[in-house]
Design a protein around this ligand. Structure first.
Ligand code: 1HN
Length: 343
C-alpha cells in the first residue's frame, strides 16, 4: 500500500484557497475513511455496571423533578464516540431511566424507534397509542417511530429500565424530532401481545392488509422469552441457545435499524459468537460471567449490567456459574447492515 500525500505536503497558500471555497483534498483523508480490509471502529468494549449506576440514578430522582426532566435518564455514552454524542454504538443510544412512585413521564411521539427493557421495580405502565403495556422485569416494550407514548408509575418503589433507541442514526440523518401531546385515552384494557399474540403461531384474523410494517406486538414478556430458551435447552443440548425478537406476522426484525435477540448460557458454558460486521450491546437479565473481545479484553459482568462491543471482532461470553444459567438480551445494527449490503 503506497502512502498518500499529506496536507502538509501542500503549500499553505493553496490550502488557504481551498478552505476559502469550502474545499478539502481527498487524498490526505483517503486512508482514514477507507482503511484497508477492516473498518476503523470508535465503539469501545465496556460495561456500565448497574451497581455503580443505580445510586446516581436514584440521586437524579432527588436532584431533578420530572417536570424539569421530561425523561429522567442517565445516558450510557460510549467514550469512543465522544461522551456528549450519546452513542453506545454508531447507531444505538442507551440510557437508564428512573420513574418514582406516582410520577408520570408525559405523552409524546418522535421519529426515533425505541425499546425499553425493564430492570427493576413493578407497577409501571407504558401507554403506546392507547395500548397499556405493563412493565415487568426483563420485558421488552416497543415504541416504534411515530407512536404516542407515556409512562405511568403507580407502584411502591422506583422503577428503572434501559432505553434503547436508534437516535444517533436518525439524528445524523437530520430526521430526529418530537411532538408533545396531552395524556392519552387508554383504548384497550391490556396490551395486544397479551390478548392476541400470547400463543406462538396463532395470530388474529385481520380481514385486511396491515398498512405499515411495525410489529403489532408491543410487549414481549420476559417470562415467555425465558421459557422458550429453557425449552430449547432441553431439545438442543449441543447448540447455542439464541433467539431473535421478530414481528410475529412477517418474521422481520423489530425495527429496520436495530435487531434484538436473547440468549441463554448453560451453567459454565462458553459461547463464541460468530464474527460479524455490526457492533452489539448486551443486557444481562440473569447470571454472572465474563465477556472477551478479540481474546484480550476481558470484562466481568453480573445481573442488570449493560455492555457494548465493536463489530469485526471475536466475542466470547462465559457463564461463570456452575449451577445457574445466564440470560442476556442483545441489540445490534444487523438489520441496517443487511439493508445496506454491508453485513
Ligand atoms: C424518549 O422518548 C424516552 O419515551 C426515553 O421514555 C429516552 C431518549 C432520547 C429521545 C427520546 C421515553 C429518550 C427518548
Amino acid at each position: 500500500m503506497t502512502s498518500l500525500g499529506t496536507l502538509e505536503d501542500l503549500p499553505q497558500s493553496y490550502r488557504d484557497k481551498l478552505t476559502e471555497l469550502n474545499l478539502v483534498p481527498l487524498w490526505p483523508n483517503m486512508r482514514a475513511v477507507l482503511p484497508h480490509k477492516v473498518p476503523s471502529r470508535k465503539t469501545q468494549t465496556l460495561n456500565w455496571h448497574f451497581n455503580d449506576l443505580r445510586p446516581l440514578l436514584i440521586e437524579a430522582g432527588d436532584l431533578t423533578p420530572m417536570e424539569k426532566a421530561e425523561r429522567r435518564v442517565l445516558v450510557l455514552a460510549n467514550p469512543g464516540h465522544g461522551l456528549t454524542n450519546m452513542q453506545a454504538t454508531p447507531s444505538i443510544y442507551m440510557g437508564l431511566q428512573l420513574i418514582l412512585p406516582g410520577e408520570t413521564a408525559p405523552n409524546h411521539r418522535h421519529t426515533p424507534n425505541a425499546v425499553r427493557i425493564i430492570i427493576e421495580g413493578e407497577g409501571a405502565t407504558t401507554i403506546v397509542d392507547g395500548e397499556p403495556c405493563v412493565m415487568e422485569r426483563g420485558d421488552l416494550i416497543l415504541t416504534p417511530s411515530g407512536k404516542w407514548h407515556e409512562h405511568q408509575h403507580e407502584g411502591d418503589g422506583p422503577i428503572i429500565w434501559l432505553d434503547i433507541l436508534d437516535l444517533p442514526l436518525i439524528y445524523q440523518l437530520e430526521g430526529s424530532w418530537a411532538i408533545e401531546g396531552k395524556a392519552q385515552n387508554q383504548t384497550l384494557k391490556r396490551d395486544k401481545s397479551f390478548a392476541e399474540y400470547s400463543a406462538a403461531g396463532v395470530v388474529p384474523e385481520l380481514g385486511f392488509q396491515r398498512e405499515n410494517t411495525d410489529s403489532p406486538m408491543l410487549r414481549y414478556p420476559w417470562a415467555k422469552t425465558r421459557d422458550c430458551l429453557v425449552e430449547m435447552a432441553k431439545h438442543y443440548p449441543n447448540s447455542p441457545l439464541r433467539i431473535a425478537y421478530v414481528n410475529p406476522e412477517n418474521g422481520a426484525s423489530l425495527f429496520p435499524s436495530i435487531g434484538f435477540g436473547a440468549m441463554m448460557l448453560r451453567p459454565n458454558e462458553t459461547l463464541s459468537l460468530p464474527k460479524r460486521t455490526t457492533a452489539c450491546v448486551f443486557h444481562i437479565v440473569e447470571g454472572q460471567g465474563a465477556l472477551s473481545v478479540d481474546t484480550n479484553n476481558v470484562i466481568q459482568w453480573t445481573e442488570k449490567d449493560t455492555l457494548s462491543a465493536p463489530g469485526y471482532t471475536e466475542i466470547i461470553l462465559w457463564n461463570e456459574s456452575s449451577t445457574e444459567p445466564a440470560f442476556i438480551i442483545t441489540a445490534d445494527e444487523a438489520p441496517l447492515h443487511r439493508y445496506l449490503g454491508i453485513f
